[in-house]
Design a protein around this ligand. Structure first.
Ligand SMILES: Nc1ncnc2c1ncn2[C@@H]1O[C@H](COP(=O)(O)OP(=O)(O)OP(=O)(O)O)[C@@H](O)[C@H]1O
Length: 221
């Protein structure tokens, strides 16, 4: 089954800027792929359509069985709970502990505090930061902070994990470690789509690669 399906998707922003022009692709459930292309090619826009942060101007986006254009406003929170998102600037709260950064999203969405704590610790364990849970994220290196961002993205066990330039600020070794972490989540069944312009890293990873150029999908290899 397809986890994500784009059918002839166009996106033109209100400014008149075209960001996506007739994009078609499917990502199978359990697959891992990179989305690449130059700055401005449309990578972030494509991810925002999946997250329902933007709507297509034309065409259809499907997440699993759900056609997003037919999604009622009230169903959006349910859909978002199936998705985890990692950003380049991980947007951590520096006035909270590492534990809180991971547990808060669960508490906000109504999890029982003990359950939220258990899941947050499991997520921190997966990224190798459980022993640091009480510290403030400011005490971590950039790569470690990014791992907290990843723990937060996977704490609710999403079926689909999206990342927008997750290694943007990291050196090559740390970037590879982060990508390997995504690979581990993929190996336990999570569908993963990572936007990145780091071609040397992508080439080493040997996953499917979707290439955007000026809003068009020009390669799928
Ligand atoms: N909110 C917006 N309003 C108007 N134009 C936008 C908006 N967001 C993006 N764009 C434009 O749409 C095009 C695609 O942008 P997008 O951010 O999707 O590209 P990208 O491949 O993610 O680039 P980068 O690697 O620099 O993040 C660009 O021309 C950009 O200027």
């Amino acid at each position: 089954m397809a986890a994500i399906r784009f059918s002839n998707v166009f996106k033109r922003y209100a400014s008149g800027q075209d960001a996506l022009l007739g994009v078609d692709f499917e990502l199978a459930s359990g697959e891992m792929a990179f989305l690449t292309g130059h700055s401005g090619a449309g990578k972030s826009t494509l991810l925002k359509l999946i997250m329902l942060m933007e709507r297509p101007s034309r065409g259809q986006v499907w997440i699993g069985q759900q056609d997003l254009s037919r999604l009622h406003r009230s169903q959006i929170p349910h859909l978002r709970r199936q998705i985890g998102v990692v950003f380049q600037n991980h947007q951590l709260l520096f006035d909270r502990s590492i534990f809180d950064n991971v547990a808060l999203p669960l508490q906000i969405s109504g999890y029982d505090p003990a359950d939220a704590a258990r899941r947050a610790r499991a997520a921190l364990d997966k990224v190798g930061l459980l022993t640091r849970e009480k510290q403030n994220p400011i005490t971590l290196s950039t790569g470690e902070q990014q791992r907290v961002g990843i723990a937060r993205a996977i704490v609710h066990k999403p079926k689909l994990l999206l990342a927008d330039e997750p290694t943007g600020n990291l050196d090559p070794q740390l970037s590879e470690d982060i990508m390997r972490l995504f690979g581990q989540f993929n190996s336990i069944g999570t569908t993963v789509l990572i936007a990145s312009h780091d071609l040397s890293l992508i080439n080493r990873m040997r996953h499917r690669r979707l290439t955007l150029k000026q809003g068009r999908l020009v390669a799928d290899d």
